[in-house]
Design a binder for this molecule. Sequence first.
Ligand SMILES: Nc1nc(=O)c2c([nH]1)NC[C@@H]1CN(c3ccc(C(=O)N[C@@H](CCC(=O)O)C(=O)O)cc3)CN21
Ligand SMILES: O=c1ccn([C@H]2C[C@H](O)[C@@H](COP(=O)(O)O)O2)c(=O)[nH]1
Length: 273
Amino acid sequence: MEQYLALLQHIIKEGVVKTDRTGTGTTSCFGYQMRFNLQDGFPVVTTKKLHLKSIIYELLWFLKGDTNIGWLKEHGVSIWDEWANKNGDLGPVYGKQWRSWETPSGEVIDQITIALDTIKKNPDSRRIIVNAWNVGELSKMALSPCHCLFQFYVTPPDTSKGETRGKLSCQLYQRSADVFLGVPFNIASYALLTMMMAQVCDLDAGDFIHTFGDVHLYSNHMEQAKLQLSRTPFPLPVMKINPEVKDLFAFKYEDFELVNYQFHPAIKAPVAI
Ligand SMILES: Nc1nc(=O)c2c([nH]1)NC[C@@H]1CN(c3ccc(C(=O)N[C@@H](CCC(=O)O)C(=O)O)cc3)CN21
Ligand SMILES: O=c1ccn([C@H]2C[C@H](O)[C@@H](COP(=O)(O)O)O2)c(=O)[nH]1
């Protein structure tokens, strides 16, 4: 995960001090990009222990179209607790927009299913986009989408190299990024989504490209970031996914196994609300 350490270093070196909505204060840059070849291993931070269980359950929860924290809490995941109302609702956040975006005429659009169908039937399409930034519903969301738009791209097989399968890549635009707490989650989550989508479309996983708007380190994460930079990263682990699953919406937590994950000790940090 040299890419992640380079991002931490970039913010510490080039960032400007900026106030923010939460009142915490950040060091921030505008615009940055990282690329992960998913054949090189699963991109999980190794310079601290990452809680992969929360990441997998959160992704399955998005894919269910769920926007209430009840299901996450049943599985011991608490990362969304601070933003939910007393009934556990977050408003029309990611799950709603991914699976059931409502148009003014009352039509309901399942963007994920459309993306899957397009990858299978029209892989050269330049319109394979999922957008969570539903301007008309932002005021009803507990938090505006941070990972707000992603696009898929299919590379055809290179027959001169004997390849028989194409590769699926994904690029995410993240408008706002908490580099210490959020970004390790976001990288692993989209890398996994790309691998799952590739498997059910009979493609290999290609690249995950992570593009940022306001990418920041909170002032109370600076020491933790420097501690990570003092540690030597380990080789990346491998994510094994149950090959039997051919329906994106049928994946369960037990279908994933992270093999050979070596990591440095966890580092605690407060989340800015
Ligand atoms: N300021 C902020 N940063 C975020 O990353 C973030 C938000 N707000 N609000 C919405 C979601 C919730 N996300 C979160 C929230 C908390 C952790 C967190 O506390 N992580 C700890 C413990 C992980 C666990 O309990 O599973 C960590 O060490 O990674 C991570 C992502 C990502 N998002
Ligand atoms: O998946 C996520 C969700 C949230 N974040 C971070 C980015 C910001 O630090 C806050 C959101 O605050 P805004 O004022 O709405 O930008 O949450 C993240 O990094 N990843």
